[in-house]
Ligand binder design. Structure first.
Ligand code: NAD
Length: 487
């Protein structure tokens, strides 16, 4: 049975169509949807970027990107050719008049869905929007997709929102956070709101605390200069970790509709208690064993005095009835021991145990939502160890991934970008951030960052390939807790 839901035909323009993101994610993602039979036969994809080239040269670039980055979808040549036929290229200058009329000619303008993907530096969003408008390409139903970073503080995010609002209605703007496109993130909502089992326990009476970890093994790589101007708080916490926190903490929306869901997420952000800047653990990674291959953070970004953090650990409280008394611990870093993103909902211990064997079972249920490297949800439950050994308890994971039950389509779920691009075509904004959400998140992080800057706060060095500075463990130890292992 095919689970592919067809979409209406479309013209998709990718500004920055020759860039790194387009080559690694957007175009391979579209190709995989093409292989799945989801791209209508007369849909068009138009790459728009600065370099001059003809359609054939662009198709060659895309073919190479697809071969390298489309993962397990090994395309026969015929399939790839079919995909490439949908592509064309327009040389446009966001800051000048070159190419815009040519681009307009390439679009069919026959009432089909039109989407513009701004996969360029945010500084160009305004220029592109203005020129799309001036050349009569903005229709009331067209859509724009914008990439992160969405501002670097409240002020710049507001300006970006205002710029976009001059040309597009909020219902036309799709702010991507690719964490929201992950299969498991949506599964989390299904598990919470599609079962009677979880929601009655989903509060501070039964949940002890929640840990959200996003650990990367890579360092800043070639993005050193860019990264050093942002740091982990801006690059990861304000967007990705905050979005995950919202989905865990939000009240049940009245229906699964974009604004109902986003209203509830916004309420979560507004309920965040302020955090004292000095209560946040900041770290910078040290060199790996092979210093040439894995230099320390400051060498990697080329600033021996850099005070930007590549690691954050913090405790966050929500001031509302559901969560008062249940802390959320957030942690993210580069050059950690493993690449792993996980949300762990740690339930309270049993009020009383009737079993003598207290050694083996932990008497704690943990719901672990794994986003990376493998997606899946498990629930640790305590059971009797099978066998004749008497009433010995063990904790075993109850696997809610269902990969085996649901077959190969689920084992190889669409990548976050594939799903989100198809949502744009469908006109479904549920998994995209609304302008007010982004601003509220900056309003919460700004004073923390300002506090560090005012104090000249210097991040703590931490070992490459470890689990962050020792202060991160102390943060948990003060509450009698430990971090979950990063595996
Ligand atoms: P990139 O530098 O690799 O590509 C930039 C693209 O923009 C190129 O196609 C270039 O031709 C085009 N461009 C530059 N100036 C232009 C102009 N004046 N007129 C028209 N086109 C112009 O950048 P990237 O890494 O692909 O990133 C694109 C956007 O996506 C950025 O906002 C970035 O922050 C965001 N992003 C990137 C990644 C990633 O992994 N690369 C991840 C998340 C978000």
């Amino acid at each position: 049975v095919s689970r592919v839901i067809p979409v209406d035909t479309f013209d998709l323009v990718i500004f920055g169509g020759t860039g790194d993101l387009a080559r690694r994610k957007i175009l391979p993602g579209l190709f995989r949807r093409f292989c799945a039979g989801q791209i209508p036969s007369d849909a068009r994809i138009i790459g728009a970027a600065r370099g001059e080239m003809d359609n054939d040269a662009y198709r060659e670039i895309v073919a190479e990107a697809v071969r390298e980055f489309s993962g397990s979808h090994h395309c026969e040549d015929g399939t790839l050719e079919g995909f490439l036929e949908k592509l064309s290229y327009a040389h446009v200058d966001a800051r000048g008049e070159d190419g815009w009329e040519t681009l307009k000619q390439l679009m069919s303008r026959d009432g089909r869905i039109e989407a513009f993907y701004f996969s360029v530096a945010p500084g160009l969003f305004g220029d592109i929007a203005k020129r799309l408008h001036a050349h009569g390409m903005v229709s009331p139903t067209c859509r724009v997709v914008v990439e992160k970073p969405f501002g670097r503080d409240l002020q710049s995010a507001r300006e970006l929102n205002q710029t976009l609002a001059q040309h597009f209605d909020e219902s036309q703007i799709y702010r991507i956070d690719h964490y929201l496109g992950k299969e498991t993130v949506q599964n989390l909502m299904a598990v919470r709101f599609g079962n009677v089992l979880f929601e009655p326990l989903w509060n501070s009476q039964y949940i002890d605390h929640i840990q959200i970890t996003v650990a990367e093994t890579v360092g800043v790589g070639g993005r050193g200069e860019y990264y050093d101007r942002s740091g982990a708080m801006r690059d990861m916490v304000q967007n990705h970790l905050m979005q995950l926190l919202c989905l865990i903490a939000m009240e049940p929306p009245a229906k699964f509709d974009p604004d109902a869901v986003r209203d509830e997420k916004l309420k979560v952000i507004r309920a965040l208690e302020p955090v004292m800047p000095h209560h946040v653990v900041r770290g910078q990674y040290m060199a790996g064993e092979d210093e040439d291959a894995h230099p320390d953070y400051r060498t990697a970004v080329g600033d021996p005095r850099s005070k930007t953090e590549s690691f954050i650990a913090m405790k966050v409280n929500l001031a509302n009835w559901r969560w008062a008394g249940t802390p959320f611990y957030l942690r993210t870093g580069k050059r950690m021991s493993a690449r792993s993103s996980e949300i762990a909902v740690v339930f309270k211990p049993l009020p009383h145990t009737i079993f003598e064997d207290v050694e083996h079972g932990t008497n704690r249920n943990v719901l672990a939502i794994q986003l990376q490297p493998n997606e899946g949800i498990t629930m640790d439950v305590t059971i009797k160890e099978p066998g004749p050994g008497g009433m010995r308890l063990i904790d075993v994971p109850l696997d809610m991934t269902f990969a085996e039950a649901l077959g190969p389509e689920v084992e190889d779920p669409p990548d976050a970008y594939e799903r989100l691009i198809m949502d744009v075509i469908r006109g479904n904004q549920t998994l995209f951030m609304r302008g007010d959400e982004v601003e509220a998140a900056w309003a919460w992080t700004d004073p923390i960052i300002a506090g560090w800057e005012a104090r000249g706060d210097v991040p703590k060095p931490y070992e490459s390939g470890g689990s962050g500075p020792v202060e991160a463990d102390q943060l948990m130890a003060r509450d009698g807790l430990i971090w979950r292992e990063i595996t």
